[in-house]
Design a protein around this ligand. Structure first.
Ligand SMILES: [Zn+2]
Ligand SMILES: [Zn+2]
Length: 224
C-alpha cells in the first residue's frame, strides 16, 4: 500500500496540510504545509519519512505558513518548493496574509514550476498536476490515479488534492485578488468532474468528499 496520507488541520484558517509518502521508499512531500511546520516535520520523523518536497496548490498564506519552519529544521538538503508561476507574485507578497494580520515567512524560494500535465514522482507514486485557476491565477490540483502501485484485484480509487478549488458542499472564494468565478467553475468542470466518480477529493478546508458526491449535490456546481 505505497501511498500513505496523513491529514493535519492547522493554523488560523484550519487549513488541511497533507503529509504524503511512498511508504516503501519513505520519500515524503507536504501538499500545502499550512502552519506549525515543526509539528508536520515531527509527524514525518515519527514515521521515518524524509520530506523532500513542498507542493503548493496555491500561495495563500494559510497554505504555506509552515514552510519556513520545515525548511529551517530539516536535516540535509532543503525540501524543493513547487508552485505554479502565476502565483509567484502572491508568494512574494507573503500569500496575502497582511490583509488578515499575519506576516508569515514564506520559506524557501520556489524551485519548480508547475504546469498542466506535469508528472511529479514520489518514490513509485505519480502525481499529475492539473492547472485549475479561479481561486487564484496559479491554482493547481494534484491527482494520483493509482494510489497503490502493485496490481491488486480490488480497485483503489484515485485521490485528488484539490486545495481551495472545491470543498465538501462548497467551492473556493473568488473575491480575493486574482479570483474569477467563471474561471473557477470552468476549472471544476474540466479538471475535477472529468475524473472518475469514486475519486476522493481532499480539499484545503473541511472533510473529504468524492467527485460523484459533488457532481450531484454541490450547491454551486452540482446537478441538483
Ligand atoms: Zn486560498
Ligand atoms: Zn485556504
Amino acid at each position: 500500500m505505497p501511498l500513505e496520507i496523513v491529514t493535519l488541520t492547522l493554523g488560523p484558517a484550519q487549513t488541511n496540510a497533507y503529509l504524503v509518502a511512498d511508504s516503501d521508499t519513505r520519500d515524503a512531500a507536504v501538499i500545502d504545509p499550512s502552519w506549525d511546520g515543526k509539528l508536520i516535520l515531527s509527524e514525518a520523523r515519527s514515521r521515518g519519512w524524509r520530506i523532500a518536497h513542498l507542493w503548493y496548490t496555491h500561495a495563500h498564506f494559510d497554505h504555506i505558513g509552515g514552510a519556513a519552519e520545515i525548511a529551517d529544521a530539516s536535516e540535509g538538503p532543503l525540501p524543493l518548493v513547487a508552485l505554479h508561476p502565476n502565483d509567484h507574485v502572491l508568494w512574494r507578497a507573503g500569500g496575502g496574509g497582511a490583509l488578515f494580520g499575519f506576516n508569515i515567512d514564506p520559506g524557501p524560494e520556489p524551485a519548480i514550476d508547475f504546469y498542466q500535465g506535469q508528472i511529479l514522482k514520489l518514490g513509485s507514486i505519480e502525481f499529475e498536476v492539473r492547472f485549475t485557476p479561479g481561486h487564484t491565477t496559479g491554482h493547481c490540483v494534484l491527482y494520483v490515479a493509482e494510489p497503490r502501485v502493485e496490481r491488486s484485484r480490488s480497485a483503489v480509487p484515485g485521490v485528488c488534492f484539490c486545495g481551495d478549488l472545491i470543498f465538501n458542499g462548497s467551492v473556493g472564494r473568488t473575491d480575493f485578488p486574482g479570483g474569477d468565478w467563471d474561471t473557477l467553475v470552468n476549472s471544476i468542470k474540466t479538471q475535477i468532474f472529468t475524473l472518475p466518480d469514486e475519486t476522493r477529493l481532499l480539499s484545503g478546508h473541511g472533510p473529504e468528499t468524492t467527485v460523484g458526491q459533488e457532481k450531484m449535490y454541490n450547491p454551486f456546481v452540482g446537478e441538483r
